[in-house]
Design a binder for this molecule. Sequence first.
Ligand code: HEM
Ligand SMILES: N[C@@H](CC(=O)c1ccccc1NC=O)C(=O)O
Length: 283
Amino acid sequence: MTKESYSTKTTANEKGIHTDFINNMTYGEYLKLDQILSGQERLSDHHDEMLFIVIHQVSELWMKLILHETNAAIHSIQSGDMQTSFKQLARVSKIQSQIIQAWDVLSTLTPAEYMEFRDSLGQASGFQSYQYRLIEFALGYKTPHILKIYEKDAELHKQLKEAYEGPGLYDVAIDALAEAGFKINPEVLNRDYSKPYEEDDSVREAWLTVYRDVENYWDLYQLAEKLVDIEDWLQQWRFRHMKTVERIIGFKVGTGGSSGVNYLKKVLDQRFFPELWSLRTEI
Ligand code: HEM
Ligand SMILES: N[C@@H](CC(=O)c1ccccc1NC=O)C(=O)O
C-alpha cells in the first residue's frame, strides 16, 4: 500500500464515504425505487386493485409536492418575496391539473370490478388522508372535528395540530394586504388561526380596491389570482372525485362511515378564499 492510498483510507471521514457513495450511486438507489416499488401489495387477488393502489399513491406523491410548495409560498409571502411565491403557487396549480387527470384513469374501473375488491379495504378511506388535511390547513381551511380522526397516532396528531394552529396561505395574504396599507379589521389580523375563517367586509373592500386598481396593486392582484386558481382547481378535484365516486359506487355509504356521494357534494359548498369570489359580483 502506498503512503498516499493509506492516508486517504485512514482519513476517510463521513464526507468521504458519502462522496464515494454518490459517485457509485445508481438511478434506483437515488430514487429509493426498492422502497417505492415494493409498496403495491394487493389485499385481494383482483387484477384492478393494482390500479386502485397506484392511483392513490401517485396522488399522495403529488400532494407531498403541493405541501412542499405551498408551505414555501407561505414563507415567501411572509418575507415579502412575492415573485418567488408566484412561481411556487403556479407550480401548485400545475400539479393540481395533473392530479385531476387521475380521475380519467380511475373511471375505467367498472362498478362491478370495484365491488369485487371493495371489502378488502375494510374501513380505510380517503377521509383519513393526512396529506389532504395538511393541504386544507395550509390553504387556511380548518374544520374543528378533523383532528379527531388522527388521535390514535400521537406523532401524526402533533404534526397536524401544529399546521392546524398555524397561519395558512390566506392568512398571510391578508397580512400582506395590511402591510400594503389597507385597513383590515384587527379581529381578522389577530384572529385565532385554528377557528374556521369567516368572511370579512374589510378584507373584501381591500381586495376590491386591488382588483379595481390593478396597475397600483399588481403584486397583490397576481397573488389573489394565484389563490383563485388554486381554489378553482381544488374544487374541480373535489367535483371529479364526487362524480367518479357516484359513477363507481352510486349512493352507497362510504367505507369511512359517511353518507358517501351526498357527503362529498356537501363538501363542495365549502370555500377557501371567500372574498376573492364575492368581490366579483360587486365589480
Ligand atoms: C373508487 C374510487 C374511490 C371511491 C369509491 C371513493 C369514495 C370516497 C367516499 C365515499 C368518501 C367519503 C368518506 C367515506 O365515507 O369514506 C371519500 C373521501 C375522500 N377520498 Fe375518496 N374515493 C375514491 C378514490 C379516491 C382517490 C383516488 C383519492 C385520492 C387520494 C381519494 C381521496 C379522498 C379524500 C381526500 C377524501 C376526504 C374528502 C373530504 O373529507 O373532504 N379518493 N372517498
Ligand atoms: N371510501 C371508499 C373507499 C376508498 O375509496 C378508499 C379506501 C382505501 C384507501 C383509499 C380510498 N380512497 C378514497 O376514499 C368507499 O367507500 O368505497
